[in-house]
Design a protein around this ligand. Structure first.
Ligand code: RIB
Ligand code: CA
Length: 311
């Protein structure tokens, strides 16, 4: 991975696993911007700092961003991630430095001053990026690629039509998808093939260091609600798929499609309306079509094994 990366996220258990994958794989990170989503902003911000401390990465700037969507009231997902947002791991209050810059201003500053375009990994509602694009549209030209976890071509996970990140802030998604940025979209159709089965959880637990123990604890809780809901043999590992794509794009195949975001309908708000044959209007993006789930778990095991236990 040559270009520098900014991760925008709403930790959230799967965001936390994505961050640990990024740290363990030495992804060149400029910073982590946080947004309200799975849990309110105060918790997503604190949780991102806790994960940085767990990974020994006190050097990484962690910024707090937008506490609510552009227009809609905030919807959260404590049923999936627990009240803390990191249920299953008992992490100490973070001792990481406090960065006072707002996530939106950090995104704008880093993109404007970058001598080479930057890659952005979007793991939560797109509010921060949308506000940055509204405030400073020229940053769009400085984004090498934007890899987003979100949307669905089949069933939603927060409504029958909509995936959570797009549902929480469909207006922000509309702003981002119409900003002429190279987008790779990883939808539920993909992430539901990357399940935290008992065998995979056992393999993570067997690594037996502080990071893998925390990851296994979080994933054990996280999978329960999806297991009960979908009857799947494990929870879908959404956000780590974005980091895996940056690390090993060969684990995925993509297709050029057109996409529109539903923002106004009663039953389908937040729907990513994907034209598989690319003939309609809408933004031309890459959507992931296939994924090598075993390959993703190999990356996770390698990343978790790279951590040493801190005294
Ligand atoms: O729908 C799944 C997505 O919404 C994931 O990014 C999860 O962390 C939540 O943000
Ligand atoms: Ca997320």
């Amino acid at each position: 991975m040559k270009t520098a990366v900014i991760i925008d996220c709403d930790p959230g258990v799967d965001d936390a696993i994505a961050l640990l994958l990024a740290f363990g794989s030495r992804l060149p990170l400029l910073g982590i911007t946080t947004v309200a989503g799975n849990v309110p902003l105060a918790l997503t911000y604190s949780n991102a700092r806790k994960i940085c401390a767990l990974a020994g990465r006190l050097d990484i700037p962690v910024l707090a961003g937008c506490p609510r969507p552009l227009l809609k009231p905030l919807a959260t997902a404590e049923d999936i991630h627990g009240a803390s947002g990191l249920q299953g791991a008992d992490l100490p209050e973070p001792a990481t430095p406090i960065w006072v810059q707002h996530s939106v201003d950090f995104l704008i500053e880093q993109l404007l001053k970058a001598t080479r375009p930057i890659t952005i990994a979007a793991l939560g509602p797109l509010t921060n990026l949308a506000v940055a694009l509204i405030k400073c549209p020229q940053i769009a030209q400085k984004i090498e690629q934007l890899v987003i976890m979100g949307g669905s071509m089949g069933q939603g996970n927060i409504t029958p039509s909509a995936e959570f990140n797009m549902y929480v802030d469909p207006h922000a998604a509309q702003v981002v998808f119409t900003a002429d940025i190279p987008i790779v979209l990883i939808t539920l159709d993909t992430t539901h093939q990357v399940l935290t089965t008992p065998e995979r959880l056992a393999a993570i637990r067997a690594i037996d260091n502080s990071v893998s123990r925390a990851a296994a604890g979080m994933l054990s809780f996280y999978g329960q609600s999806d297991l009960a809901r979908y009857g799947l043999p494990g929870g879908p590992l959404h956000d780590p798929c974005v980091i895996a794509y940056l690390l090993a794009p060969e684990l995925f195949t993509t297709r050029t499609v057109k996409v529109m975001i539903e923002t106004a309908a009663e039953h389908t708000t937040g729907r990513t309306v994907v034209d598989w044959y690319g003939s309609s209007e809408g933004s031309s993006i890459q959507v992931v079509e296939t994924v090598d789930a075993e390959g993703i778990y190999r990356l996770l095991s390698e990343a978790f094994s790279a951590f040493e236990d801190f005294e």
